[in-house]
Design a protein around this ligand. Sequence first.
Ligand code: SF4
Length: 342
Amino acid sequence: MPDCEVASMNDKARKETILSGMQPTGKLHLGNLEGALRNWVRLQDEYWMYCCIVDWHSLTEVYADTSELKESVFAMAVDFMAAGLDPEKCAIFVQSEVKEHAELHLIFSMLITVPTLTRLPTYREKKDDLSLDSYGFLGYPVLQAADICIYNAHKVPVGKDQEKHIWLAKDLAIRFNQTYRKVFVEPEPLFTPIPLILGSDNRKMSKSLNNHIPIDFTEKETEKRIKSYYTDPKKVRKGDPGTPEGCPIYLLHQLYTADAADKIAPPCRTGELGCVDCKKQATENLNVALRPIRDRRAELVKQPDYVWDVLATGRDRATQRAQSVMDKVRRAMKTDYRYKKR
Ligand code: SF4
């Protein structure tokens, strides 16, 4: 059982720890909700969950302008809770508030070579687009490994694109254990089916592409965004046969419309259903599904003190656990110096 327990985390069935992290890059959108948060909400009943808002990671790409960071951290905490993360069941906290992440990052950085990091696909793909090809960006998978290992997390829910980073965290845990003494659990990725959510331009939903549907959109804004969505280009008007597979609106129906395979796909194919009506139905069903989350969100925004208190409590719980692991690290490395007071 972890050293730090959230008050109601007394379910004996929960034996393993999970670390989940997300960068505070602004308000969450449908892709974040369906791709990660819904899964985390399910996992909080099965595991000891540490839900970390990884603000230091956000500096690896946007380091100069931090003027909106605090607001983004707050918005993310609100979105986490609105989506169903329960601070009674999991620790919700900000990475930079638990300094042990940085300490372990530094120690791990001695156990890995620069060529190993430069070979990682995420580094190679992004480095040319960065305003600064920084040491921090190169080392962010090492910080990620520290984020995971500082809680001795067994599992990390990730998409396939992050898989290599989890193996790197596992390698670092093994390397530390072999070099000094066994301290770390060897973390594993936890893959769960992630529904595909595309943005209005048929590309991956992303705030930076402005093709997204933020959770806090009003119902009217949602309607407007869905009206602008790409559909099958061969289906120009009602009556034209369409191909639902590959249409991002059909993907929304698959998530939010009961029996979409029977109610949407066949009439799309025959032409009986036009894209205008199809989008209208998708909008209605999406708005109904998001209504409870949006209502909770609106309530939480009115209680900023409560939200910051949740983050403070989460920080304390996370710190307790991180300090206990860090003590073991120092003892294993024989750096647990005990000076007499002068
Ligand atoms: S009818 Fe619906 S599923 Fe078919 S192409 Fe138009 S928007 Fe897409």
